[in-house]
Design a binder for this molecule. Structure first.
Ligand code: GEK
Length: 245
């Protein structure tokens, strides 16, 4: 997909005022480049979502990709689903993301049907699900709504169904928080972002992207009733968990 995406230079020039980050057309246009150069381990998480789909998706069920952006998780699931009679529902509330996502889904030559919905993950119906992917999106939901969103996912999963949740994470230890933040910024610098770009993006995301600790995630998942849950991937301050109903 990367060949369809333009280079992200949104925060390259100095701004007198940095507004809160929004998923508008300018972000959708460069999103694939932005997320790959900003999220350590992103490509691995996406590829492994395909592996997980091959392993866990059940015949006749529905897969959800909540906060799908350009549909990277959807395309990965679709490529590797082995079960029959499966449908994927990809959901995002950004019109620009949904439009581009629909185009990319239409270009992929795979049989599994995909519905791309412009909707809010706080309210979209979730039912008959064997796999739900929430990649780097719960972090944008109001913290006091996160338990409710996870509970709705749990309720819509079939017994034995799985939730994959990938997030930027925070750390209780100040020393670890500092180390992981520095490593994340080094990663971005090596991927061509300047210190100014990193600083302006950080300001834009303040109060918009609010990370939780792994402990908070574990607690929420167990509050929902998930039978067991594991961190299957972590790279610096980004991690992905799998939870089984
Ligand atoms: C990927 N999963 O490439 N309802 C629906 N969508 C929302 C909501 C909401 N309430 N809030 C935010 N979004 C993707 C990456 S990006 C992560 C996900 C990032 C959407 C928002 O429009 C955006 O497209 C996405 O969640 C988050 O694996 O940019 O760091």
């Amino acid at each position: 997909m990367s060949e369809h995406s333009s280079h992200d230079s949104i925060y390259r020039d100095p701004r007198s005022q940095v507004d809160a980050f929004v998923f508008d057309q300018s972000v959708a246009n460069v999103f694939d480049d932005m997320i790959r150069r900003s999220v350590p381990g992103y490509a691995t998480v996406i590829n492994m979502v395909g592996v997980l789909a091959g392993q866990y998706v059940k015949p006749g069920s529905v897969c959800y990709d909540l906060g799908c952006s350009l549909g990277a998780g959807t395309l990965a699931m679709r490529q590797f689903i082995a079960a029959d009679g499966v449908r994927i529902v990809a959901v995002d509330n950004s019109p620009a993301m949904v439009e581009k996502c629909r185009g990319l889904v239409a270009q992929q030559n795979q049989a599994v049907p995909v519905d791309v919905l412009q909707d809010d993950i706080n309210s979209v119906p979730i039912e008959n699900a064997s796999m739900v992917v929430v990649n780097f999106t719960l972090q944008f939901i109001e913290p006091d709504q996160r338990q409710r969103v996870l509970q709705r996912i749990y309720d819509g999963l079939l017994d034995g169904g799985v939730l994959i949740i990938s997030e930027k994470i925070a750390f209780d230890s100040a020393a670890e928080q500092q180390m992981q933040t520095e490593l994340h910024h080094s990663f971005k610098r090596l991927n061509g972002y300047s210190d100014l770009e990193i600083a302006q993006k950080r300001t834009a995301l303040e109060n918009v992207l609010i990370p939780d600790t792994l402990e908070t995630h574990r607690q929420r998942l167990s509050n929902c009733g998930f039978a067991h849950q594991h961190v299957w991937f972590q790279c610096f301050n980004f991690a992905s968990m799998i939870a089984f109903k």
